[in-house]
Design a protein around this ligand. Structure first.
Ligand code: SIN
Length: 303
């Protein structure tokens, strides 16, 4: 049996395959499809201090080899998560990672502090890259000083593993990764969605109510691979690679580029079982290439 274990900071993951925030609900919605404990981890839907209804519809659009979303962090707030959702998922034997959002640094800290005592939430993903909100979100993740300020504040407020989710909508993502590493991040995840838009030529109107949204899916994979590779060479902390991963070959490519683990996102909307197929496919790849452990492949791209 090939060894699929990977380590992120001080956490052991049974395999490198996790599901991306916003593509898998809170896990409980998916439990009827398969045994969630087979996953390396679950990044739950983004959380904010208060209930958010999200942006007006339409807020999803299919695009060539991808999709646009402008959901706008719809969720019922951190207290609802703690009281109503966490009790239903805390039995899971996989990492539950909370995606933390805010309009201000104080809001990020408020959500974070409430997560400290949830034993089964083993890490948080600080989301400074949501492109679909008027206040906060990506605006924190596109300049080094603001990324440092929010990471530093959340670092001081959180005792466990801190992952920072980076935006691709910057000139130099490696610089952003170095900035949050310096401010105390234990890991980075990248990439969040690329800003994009879709137009209906017949109506002359934008497809999304918000005009622009975040592009995900296979269309962004080459961009994401390049960014993972750049960040891998720039920082020492481990990377979660994200961006159009549809199958095990895609996952292996992200691992070769420098990802210690990966997040499956848009593919979950097509096939909720895709992550299991990716786990099996990675194992098959390791056997075929006579490689004992997946960790040996991290950053093993030959250039
Ligand atoms: C959203 O809820 O708008 C998507 C979240 C994100 O892009 O981080």
């Amino acid at each position: 049996m090939a060894n699929l274990n990977v380590k992120i900071h001080n956490l052991e993951f049974r395999n490198p395959v996790t599901v991306a925030s916003g593509t898998f609900g809170f896990g409980e919605e998916m439990s009827e499809f398969f045994d969630l404990n087979r996953l390396g981890g679950i990044f739950v839907k983004g959380l904010t201090v208060k209930n958010r209804e999200g942006n007006d519809y339409p807020r999803m659009a299919e695009t060539p080899s991808g999709m646009l979303n402008s959901v706008g962090l719809q969720n019922k707030g951190i207290d609802y998560f703690i009281e109503k959702i966490y009790p239903n998922i805390k039995h899971l034997d996989t990492h539950i990672i909370a995606n933390v959002n805010g309009g201000t640094i104080e809001e990020y800290v408020e959500v974070t502090e409430k997560l400290n005592d949830l034993e089964k939430v083993t890490a948080i993903e600080l989301n400074i890259s949501c492109p679909n909100v008027k206040q906060g979100g990506m605006s924190f993740g596109i300049s080094c000083p603001s990324a440092i300020a929010v990471t530093d504040a959340v670092r001081k407020a959180y005792k466990k593993t801190l992952i920072v989710k980076l935006s691709p909508n910057v000139t130099d993502i490696a610089e952003m990764a170095q900035a949050v590493e310096g401010a105390g991040a234990d890991s980075v995840s990248l990439i969040n969605t690329l800003l994009g838009m879709a137009i209906n030529a017949e109506t002359r109107k934008p497809v999304l109510s918000t005009v622009t949204g975040g592009l995900s899916g296979p269309a962004i994979k080459p961009v994401a691979l390049r960014m993972v590779w750049k960040v891998y060479k720039a920082v020492k902390i481990p990377i979660f690679g994200i961006g159009g991963i549809m199958n095990a070959t895609d996952a292996i490519e992200f691992i070769l580029a420098g990802s210690t683990a990966i997040q499956v996102g848009t593919a979950n909307f097509i096939d909720p079982l895709v992550s299991l197929k990716i786990i099996d496919g990675i194992e098959e790849y390791l056997h075929r290439h006579n490689i004992a452990t997946v960790a040996e492949l991290v950053g093993a791209l030959e250039v």
